[in-house]
Design a protein around this ligand. Structure first.
Ligand SMILES: Cc1cc2nc3c(=O)[nH]c(=O)nc-3n(C[C@H](O)[C@H](O)[C@H](O)COP(=O)(O)OP(=O)(O)OC[C@H]3O[C@@H](n4cnc5c(N)ncnc54)[C@H](O)[C@@H]3O)c2cc1C
Length: 434
């Protein structure tokens, strides 16, 4: 078959990797780089490329890791793997899974955690046990906040454990975030095997790490934004070229733009409206180049977000502590749900976040002066993972057109594993069709 894939993000690349051995695959990508939201971008400030945003994977990203290994990627070299840890930059809180078989790794980590009272540790363990007992199923429509209230989690636990975890995993605040999606992430990480709960920080830039391998057997048309799709009796025309089938591996707003002219029946239009209803949240990543290496040994620290001080930083990545990291001379700070932070203006946000870092790392090895910084704000970083968010299926009303992307139906919020799973599923749907 002659197959077009529109979009070279992780979903499109996963689909291409499945199809390109047996079919003739052409990938159309609007940008000049591969990888979509998780890609490497040129940078003039540091003199070397950086990622479009700091990414972290979990050992629980089984399909992504499996596919990477199948593609010949040495995942042990490609990532810095550490035990799940929530270590606050100000050294007040410290919870780290122990090198023990599951579930002891988490239980021991929780019992030995610093900063949380015994009552809080008890509440954390009780919540995990309750979720396990109910097979990680929560009432439909429940939000993360309601789940935490139902299980009497304290203010400290919410502020210094659940909220940062929920924002990191779902890029959606706890009062509207979907409890079921959060429970799924917890089930596959905290509730899984020890390796599943481990955190994987990429040591290579994201385009080198993944897309270049996954897309090696496909024809690539970079800088080509597809403008028109016309279903035909024989397949589909993509910008006038004939293909037997195509996969739109695009976020909902780009899908809707291409499919709008095709939606003629009431049913098709109603479906399109649901696609258009998907909302998004921004993520900001600040990168700094210190004048000398920061000697702090922890690669990942949790920051205390204090909006009243305009301190919005949530997680701090210290690449100098990651052997062979491509970004070894950089420190990065992630701000999920960055709507308020981005209102500050770029320079103020950088200044305030630097002040936050200096204030909260005082008890650690001295943070060197910074030479220069770069701020990347991805306005539509992920879809808003609420209980009512619309998640499409791979099949569409037009048999030769399939969909793929992190926002399609899968157990996860908007993350790499969801994108890869959906790419694989979409490739299967396409080859299975009569
Ligand atoms: C800053 C940031 C931090 C993140 N952190 C994490 C993290 O730590 N862990 C994690 O798991 N996930 C993280 N995510 C989410 C993750 O990046 C996404 O879930 C994933 O990249 C989505 O992949 P995708 O293939 O579904 O979509 P995209 O990556 O959006 O791919 C779609 C592609 O289609 C192209 N395109 C659009 N329209 C057209 C057209 N008409 N013609 C041709 N091409 C077109 C786009 O240019 C894009 O390359 C983060 C996202 C951001 C932005």
């Amino acid at each position: 078959m002659k197959i077009a894939i529109v979009g070279a993000g992780w979903a499109g690349a996963a689909a291409a990797s499945q199809l390109s051995h047996q079919h003739q695959v052409t990938v159309f990508e609007a940008a000049r780089q591969l990888g979509g939201r998780a890609r490497c971008v040129p940078n003039s400030v540091f003199g070397h490329p950086i990622d479009n945003g700091q990414h972290l994977m979990l050992g629980a990203y089984t399909q992504t890791l499996q596919l990477m290994r199948k593609l010949g990627i040495n995942t042990e070299q490609a990532f810095h793997r550490t035990e799940l840890g929530i270590i606050s930059a100000d050294a007040q809180y410290q919870l780290r899974a122990k090198a023990l078989p599951a579930p002891l790794h988490m239980a021991a980590g929780l019992l030995m955690a610093k900063g949380y009272s015994w009552s809080d540790k008890h509440k954390l363990i009780r919540l995990q046990l309750a979720l396990q007992q109910q097979q990680w199923q929560v009432p439909p429509q429940q939000t993360v906040q309601q789940l935490l209230q139902q299980h009497q989690q304290s203010h400290t636990l919410i502020e210094h454990f659940w909220q940062p975890l929920c924002l990191a995993a779902m890029n959606t605040p706890i009062d509207i975030a979907c409890a079921q999606l959060f429970a799924n992430v917890l089930r596959d990480s905290l509730g899984g095997r020890r390796v599943d709960s481990q955190m994987l920080i990429p040591k290579q830039d994201l385009s080198t790490l993944w897309a270049s391998h996954a897309l090696q057997h496909s024809e690539l048309l970079l800088g080509h934004r597809v403008q028109s799709l016309i279903p035909t009796d024989m397949g589909v025309q993509v910008d006038g070229q004939h293909f037997d089938a195509c996969i739109l591996a695009l976020p909902p707003y780009d899908c809707a733009r291409l499919l709008e002219p095709l939606a003629s029946t009431l049913q098709e239009q109603a479906w399109l409206q649901q696609v258009q209803s998907v909302r998004h949240r921004p993520i900001a990543t600040l990168y700094w180049q210190p004048r000398s290496p920061w000697l702090e040994p922890e690669p990942l620290l949790m920051l205390h977000e204090q909006p009243h001080k305009q301190h919005y930083g949530q997680w701090l990545f210290n690449h100098h502590a990651i052997p062979n990291s491509f970004a070894r001379n950089l420190i990065s700070v992630v701000i999920s749900n960055a709507g308020d932070a981005s209102l500050l203006g770029r320079e103020t946000l950088a200044q305030k976040t630097e002040a936050q870092l200096r204030e909260q790392t005082q008890s650690r090895s001295p943070l060197p002066a910074f030479k220069q910084h770069e701020l990347i704000i991805e306005k539509r970083a992920t879809f808003e993972a609420t209980p009512t968010a619309f998640r499409a299926e791979e099949n569409t009303f037009w048999p030769a057109i399939k969909l793929a992307g992190d926002w399609l139906q899968n157990p996860y919020p908007g993350v790499l594993e969801g994108a890869v799973r959906s790419g694989i599923k979409s490739a299967q749907a396409l080859t299975k069709q009569p």
